[in-house]
Ligand binder design. Structure first.
Ligand code: FPP
Length: 252
């Protein structure tokens, strides 16, 4: 699959990815789970690089969920280490690609050393204007939605807003993803067909793309294939096919 086959006028603005299958990939290669996560981090770098090359504006990677704390302590520790390494070792490279780093999730409750490396990377890339890379860290969509509800309720209590001010726009602004457009395309690897508490509000109209490959095998060619698949889909946002065709000459 070649990048040139992608229609630059119909690019998904925001791609979100559930990177699943590192453990199974390691098992297939008769290795420890950590080896799978290491290979997964390499795949993540490949995908970030490709997304930047294609001209994608926003890429969200689900790196660590709130539920992932329930994994064996050793695995949690090695994942945290890998995250620090991923952010720190790639910082200069990301800067050279004009990438801006952001995170979503419960940042406060991350280990101090993870927070420090992320803050450093965020600070050093905040003026960048290319791809925005959003890493979901200690993230859970239900948690995010409840946090938004609490913020809104507090503002009502303080009489800053009234109940009538609650609408989709206000709700969007109170999510971790405020200011980031909703994903156009959601990808999940490893053959699982689940959303796993990821961006539940934001993916209301996203195209869903499921790949049978384990995450470490999902590379440049596979991202291009997913984007081509997206470009051949007709996104209707509740309208009829005819309405869309009349409204948009680019539709098939
Ligand atoms: C899912 O595979 C993967 C994760 C929970 C971790 C994702 C993390 C990385 C790819 C590495 C670091 C990423 C960045 C952005 C630096 P799994 O362990 O659930 O696989 P399994 O279902 O086969 O066991």
């Amino acid at each position: 699959m070649q990048i040139e086959t992608i229609d630059k006028n119909k690019l998904p603005k925001h791609i979100a990815i559930i990177m699943d299958g590192n453990g199974r990939w390691a098992k297939k290669h008769n290795r420890e789970r950590f080896y799978g996560h290491q290979a997964g981090a390499e795949a993540a770098k490949d995908i970030v690089e490709t997304a930047a090359e294609i001209g994608i504006r926003f890429l969200t990677l689900y790196a660590f969920s709130k539920e992932n704390w329930n994994r064996p302590q050793e695995e949690v520790k090695s994942l945290m280490q890998l995250l620090i390494q991923g952010v720190t070792d790639n910082l200069e490279y990301f800067k050279s690609l004009n990438i801006k780093l952001k995170t979503i999730g419960d940042f406060e409750n991350l280990p101090e050393n993870v927070k420090q490396s992320v803050l450093t990377a965020q600070n050093q890339t905040k003026e960048n204007t290319g791809l925005t890379l959003i890493v979901a860290l200690n993230y859970g969509s239900r948690w995010e939605i409840l946090e938004a509800v609490k913020k809104i309720a507090l503002n009502i209590e303080k009489k800053i807003i009234s109940i009538d001010d609650i609408n989709e726009d206000l709700f969007d602004k109170n999510l971790n993803t405020a200011g980031i457009p909703d994903p156009d395309l959601l990808i999940r690897t490893s053959g699982e067909v689940r959303i796993s508490n990821f961006l539940l509000w934001q993916i209301s109209y996203s195209e869903l793309y499921f790949s049978d490959l384990c995450w470490p095998d999902f590379r440049k060619a596979q991202l291009i294939e997913a984007i081509l698949h997206f470009q051949n889909r007709e996104r209707r946002f509740g309208k009829t096919s005819t309405q869309i065709k009349n409204n948009n000459e680019n539709c098939k």
